[in-house]
Design a binder for this molecule. Structure first.
Ligand code: KG4
Ligand code: ZN
Length: 340
């Protein structure tokens, strides 16, 4: 079969987004996402509700992805799906759906590691975006993960640093919750940070050796700070919200950049990529870009729609694995704690 004429369906259902995408030779034809609003009222993802919503969404989302791409399911060459890591109930929906569709169409099934998806999204053919050469460093930052990965080839990756407790997205979301913001709070903190003074309030950075991260202490520091200030002035949050957001964001970015600088120094690698929902943050994007001047880095920031959870990143991994003939068996099972 020619490697020049390949249509692959990617399916992502690891957390609270049901997503499907069609890739044609490395180029995305459609990228459909059904986000689950239901979790907003609970201030976080409720696993049981997520898996039920996936069940409702998956068929229409896949239909829409095919329709937008202008193909029928009979034209597909393979089906790629997220095997893990993620919420087991959510992963099971995508896995079972992908298995049955691949079986019904008699085409290969390809299992994808969600974290590799965030990293390999940089290899989607997209005008105006360059692909990182090997080796490069990838920092994946989202509501579920915070890692620095050394990438020597598509499927030769080594985690060289990761969080020992909360993910960086949780630091944004939990701080937002303390401030009374909606869920997820990251985007609103980002917006307000642009209007505030990042040095108005000082939060100490956690001391963690090497390339690992810790964010649970930071969240507690924000909580105690707010409790103390609100006791003295009940209107403290309303009167200072933009400054508080700017200071929180400034500290979090400082934590991320310190580790990234150390990783670059230790490995001698100056090609630096980011991925995951938090890479949508305008502050981290700017800090990374500034690194080009300051440290001689070449940086890679994905297109916005490929940063948060999406199926295009699953489809590109599917395509790369397809070219290597790396297929899954029909008895493949979802794995909530799948490692890179
Ligand atoms: O990758 P993603 O969509 O899902 C997970 O795998 O977790 O990331 C979601 C996370 C949430 O914590 C959200 O608050 C955060 O990404 N996020 C942001 C921004 N946009 C999304 N955090 C800071 N600034 C943003 N602009
Ligand atoms: Zn993710």
């Amino acid at each position: 079969m020619s490697s020049q004429n390949i249509y692959i369906l990617g399916i992502e259902s690891s957390c609270d987004d049901t997503a499907a995408s069609i890739i044609y030779n490395g180029r995305i034809l459609s990228n459909v996402i059904a986000s689950q609003k239901i979790h907003e009222e609970y201030g976080g993802v409720v696993p049981e509700l997520a898996s039920r919503a996936h069940q409702q969404n998956i068929v229409p989302v896949v239909h829409q992805a095919l329709e937008k791409a202008g193909i029928t399911k009979d034209e597909l060459h393979a089906i790629a799906f997220t095997k893990g890591p993620g919420l087991m109930g959510s992963l099971l929906v995508g896995t079972s759906f992908a298995k049955s569709l691949a079986y019904g169409l008699n085409i290969p099934l390809i299992d994808v590691n969600h974290m590799q998806g965030h990293i390999l999204a940089h290899y989607i053919d997209e005008d105006g975006y360059k692909k990182p050469p090997f080796p490069f460093l990838a920092m994946t930052i989202s509501g579920g993960h915070t890692q620095i990965v050394r990438v020597d080839h598509y499927f030769d990756m080594t985690v060289i640093g990761e969080t020992i407790d909360d993910a960086v997205g949780e630091a944004f979301d939990k701080s937002g919750k303390i401030l009374g913001l909606g869920y997820p709070a990251g985007p609103e903190i980002d917006k307000r940070a642009a209007l505030g003074n990042p040095k108005a309030f000082k939060f100490t950075k956690p001391k963690v050796d090497g390339l690992n991260f810790s964010f649970s202490g930071f969240k507690t520091a924000v909580l105690y700070f707010i409790q103390r200030e609100v006791k003295a002035n009940p209107n403290f949050i309303e009167e200072n919200l933009n400054d508080i957001c700017a200071s929180i964001q400034y500290t979090i970015i400082g934590i991320l950049m310190d580790k990234l600088k150390l990783a670059s120094k230790q490995t001698g690698i100056k090609h630096i990529a980011i991925g995951g929902g938090v890479s949508a943050n305008s502050g981290i994007r700017k800090a990374l870009k500034d690194g080009e001047q300051k440290f001689g880095w070449t940086t890679y920031i994905p297109k916005f729609e490929f940063t948060t959870d999406n199926a295009a990143m699953i489809a590109i991994v599917g395509y790369l694995k397809f070219l290597e003939g790396d297929f899954a068996e029909q008895n493949v099972v979802a794995s909530a704690r799948l490692k890179i």
